[in-house]
Ligand binder design. Structure first.
Ligand code: FA5
Length: 351
């Protein structure tokens, strides 16, 4: 028995020594497994001793080795506890500078064209206009034909666009399909879908074969349409002036120039004064002090005929303005391409 006790004591001492030296939890667990685990040295020794001992000794040996194993277990748990309290103490001792500024997450924000569009929609909503949208890939009928621009009409020259190859016939027999050149086809879609009175604005992206400081191949317009009994050009001017003052401020100058659009009669071109150069003239406004925002006029009876409205009973005004041009004026941007180049340093300036 004496030699059994010595052997176990020796193993226990080895275990204690290694446990003492274990610097982290992983090492502590390994030492425990090496001695107290199912295949650890002490357990193997226990099995070996019990196997070789005479029957009347087996119980005594079992008890003695179990006692040692209990001590191993206790020492192991104490070592884990010690490591945990050391880690906690280290954590508590760490000094934190609570005055350091936090790490802010940079928030995304809306594109300036979206900001402008939303503001336009809000102003018109307060005047009782609803919002409608139409497809960017449009039929020749909606984009030109129903707006009194038949195939040979010279007004088509100013709206050269991208034709969608292979789409002939997709929207009806012989129909050409184009990327829409303006938002005016949404007027047609709206009037075909509902009866007067109509008060609607139609924002959206449009396409043309254009490219310079104030012209982009892809740009945005907002169309307006108001049809009812007794609508006059004075209503158009009143709405235009109200909108301009709300969007740009009271000091904005508004100018109407006689113009021509096949789908309005009479027609006007609308200019707003250029706030950036204060009317002195610059590259953006082509030295005129004014920026052309869009066209407008009284809906031509020919358009009413196409959509089945009674032109003896109803009159209406329509307009189509460039949202990008309005955003250029509002935010003092001198090149339209800045909106589409995707430079975040530019976009970040608008909130
Ligand atoms: C039209 O597009 C007509 N549909 C407007 C209209 C609607 C008239 C309803 C009458 C009744 P215009 O081609 O002039 O008209 O274009 C209108 C506005 O779109 C221009 O004044 C300008 O502000 C903007 N615009 C035209 N082309 C471009 C372009 N390439 N890049 C940026 N803005 C453009």
């Amino acid at each position: 028995m004496a030699s059994l006790a010595d052997e176990l004591q020796q193993l226990f001492q080895q275990f204690s020594g290694q446990l003492e030296a274990a610097a982290n939890e992983q090492a502590v667990r390994k030492v425990y497994a090496d001695f107290g685990g199912a295949n650890g040295a002490i357990r193997l020794k226990q099995k070996e001793l019990i196997k070789s001992a005479p029957n009347d000794q087996k119980r005594v040996i079992g008890q003695a080795t179990n006692e040692i194993l209990q001590n191993v277990e206790a020492a192991f748990n104490a070592a884990l506890g010690r490591l945990a309290s050391q880690a906690e103490a280290r954590e508590l001792a760490r000094s934190v500078d609570v005055t350091l500024p936090g790490r802010a997450h940079r928030l995304g924000h809306l594109h300036p064209i979206t900001l402008a569009r939303r503001e336009i929609e809000a102003i018109f909503a307060q005047l009782g206009f609803t919002v409608a949208v139409g497809p960017q890939v449009e039929t020749d009928f909606h984009n030109f034909e129903a707006l009194a621009m038949p195939k040979d009409h010279p007004a088509r020259d100013m709206q050269d666009t991208f034709y969608v190859a292979g789409a002939e016939g997709a929207a009806g027999e012989g129909a050409d399909v184009v990327l829409r050149t303006h938002t005016s086809p949404v007027q047609i879609r709206t009037m075909l879908a509902r009866k007067p009175p109509v008060r609607v604005i139609m924002p959206g992206t449009v396409y043309r074969r254009d490219d310079d400081a104030t012209h982009s191949p892809m740009f945005n317009q907002v169309e307006g349409l108001c049809v009812d009994e007794g609508i006059t050009f004075a209503d158009l001017k009143g709405v235009l002036l109200h909108f301009a003052r709300r969007f740009f401020g009271e000091e904005i100058g508004v100018r109407l120039r006689p113009s021509f659009f096949p789908f309005t009669e009479p027609s006007a071109e609308i200019d707003f004064s250029h706030g950036t150069c204060k009317g002195r003239g610059c590259r953006t406004c082509k030295n005129s002090g004014w920026i052309e925002i869009g066209g407008a006029g009284m809906v031509d009876p020919e358009v009413f005929r196409h959509v089945g409205y009674d032109s003896e009973k109803y009159t209406g005004f329509a307009f189509g303005w460039g949202i990008d041009r309005m955003a250029m004026l509002k935010y003092g941007v001198d090149n339209i391409n800045a909106f589409f180049e995707g430079d975040v340093r530019f976009a970040r300036q608008f909130r």
